[in-house]
Design a protein around this ligand. Structure first.
Ligand SMILES: [Zn+2]
Length: 453
């Protein structure tokens, strides 16, 4: 820039157009120069901040109300930080403000620029740049380094963004989902999402019942009554909380979580069965090696493609192999296998009939262990826990509610993990929360959620 041939009167307009500044108070009078301030290389633009003519004609002393004044030179130089104009230097404006003095009470008033808030050093444009960067997956330290400010300045900007988050207590989404994630100090935080557009409704510092109820009690009852569904995991106590808070809502247990529970039970029963055999036996090997086949949907098992099974020394297919294992397995394992298969069928193609049969099976198991539940097998224990939340389970399997799962939360949880990894963890919950909001809002139209209720 220094190589440009400036004429005195055009410096101001050239610098202003380069720096994208339109404030008429500012007047650049010199070409920029490079200087090292506190160990940082700066490109320094010199300017004065003047009063505009109408400010002087309408002058009224803030102290005594008199309108007469005289000019009183300039204030000392100060730095205004603006976004960097090139890659190697930070950019700053070194400015002096014109000063006038009241003739009556002697108080002084200096000219103000609209570039930055009063008593600050960092301009609005640099603040905006930092705020934009906070929406990306970069650590606060990196942002501070790149923008030539301190890390605490960046964190202060982060705290300022808090006021912009959703804070409307006259509105709740129709469909909510509840979950938790591990955050600051290795503790769990509660998170609630709008199931429709995946916007975060709230993040609470902990997952205690009192905290959750206190938060939702801020919403009037009429608003809470409008909530239609709440989806959550089965093994949490969110079911009870949701029932008390949202009287008209249907509680939906996450369907993938339901499958996972039976899946784990079946897998654990398979290993129990396997361990009954000698380690060197064919049966042990077959149960161990083909663990994946048992968890697969029966209809998806390959019945045409043959492969050579070494331990049996025969050519076989996946389907035949599973059938032969089921013959070896005991009745409990067989029952667990077919219960699991039935559930998979419901997930793939739900019909009222299938759901009714499943419901009947859960009831049967309940009747069977009416007196002593501890006798139930692992898989049956899962079915018994389904019985305790039968309504929630059945509505989760209902195709009408199939779109309400905790799936979106898994995505958000993945993102939260990434946010914490980038920063090497957070100590301050508010900072973590603000960062999660900023990074998950990225590219999302939050207004669409307002249309719902
Ligand atoms: Zn005065």
């Amino acid at each position: 820039m220094t190589s440009l041939n400036y004429t005195t009167h055009s410096v101001d307009s050239i610098v202003k157009s380069c720096l994208d500044i339109s404030d008429p108070h500012l007047h650049f009078f010199n070409e920029p120069y490079d200087e090292k301030i506190n160990g940082i290389s700066y490109k320094v633009f010199q300017a004065t901040i003047n009063f505009l003519p109408h400010e002087l004609t309408n002058f009224r002393c803030f102290n005594c109300g008199f309108t007469t004044f005289y000019r009183n030179g300039y204030t000392p130089k100060r730095l205004i930080r603006i976004p960097a104009v090139n890659a190697t230097h930070q950019t700053t404006i070194q400015a002096r403000s014109a000063r006038i003095r009241c003739r009556n009470c002697n108080s002084t008033i200096s000219a103000k620029t609209t570039l930055l808030p009063p008593n600050c050093q960092i301009s609005y444009s640099l603040r905006d740049k930092i705020a934009t960067k906070l929406r990306h997956d970069i650590s606060a330290k990196t942002i501070a380094y790149e923008e030539g400010v301190s890390a605490s300045t960046v964190n202060r900007m982060l705290s300022h963004t808090r006021s912009e988050f959703r804070n409307n207590f006259n509105f709740l989404p129709l469909h909510l989902c509840f979950d938790e994630f591990r955050g600051t100090h290795n503790s769990y935080h509660f998170i609630c999402l709008d199931s429709d557009n995946h916007v975060i409704q709230t993040i609470l510092p902990n997952r205690f019942k009192d905290t959750i109820i206190k938060y939702f009690m801020k919403f009037p009852e009429s608003v809470r009554q409008l909530v239609r569904t709440v989806s959550c995991d089965l093994n949490s106590y969110y079911v009870d909380i949701a029932k008390t808070l949202f009287p008209n809502a249907k509680i939906i247990i996450d369907r993938f979580h339901i499958v996972q529970m039976l899946n784990r039970a079946l897998n654990s029963m398979r290993t129990d069965l396997m361990n009954n055999f000698e380690r060197s036996s064919k049966n042990y090997k077959l149960f161990k090696r083909n663990w994946k086949l048992f968890l697969k949907r029966y209809d998806d098992l390959d019945c045409t493609h043959q492969f050579y099974e070494r331990s049996l020394k025969i050519w076989t297919t996946s389907e035949r192999l599973v059938n032969s294992r089921l013959e070896v397995g005991d009745q409990a394992f067989n029952e667990a296998y077919w219960d699991y298969q039935h559930l998979l069928e419901i997930i793939v193609a739900p019909t009222k009939n299938k759901i009714d049969i499943f419901k009947q099976r859960i009831n049967e198991v309940h009747q069977k262990y009416l007196i002593k539940r501890t006798l139930a097998t692992k898989s049956e224990k899962v079915l018994l826990s389904f019985f305790d939340n039968l309504d929630a389970i059945i509505s989760a399997l209902d195709p009408m509610y199939s779109r309400y799962t905790n799936g979106p939360l898994e995505g958000i949880n993945r993102k939260i993990k990434q946010i914490q990894r980038t920063a090497y963890g957070y100590r301050n919950f508010d900072h973590l929360k603000a960062r999660i909001y900023l990074q998950t809002y990225l590219g999302k139209d939050t207004r669409s959620s307002m249309k719902i209720a």
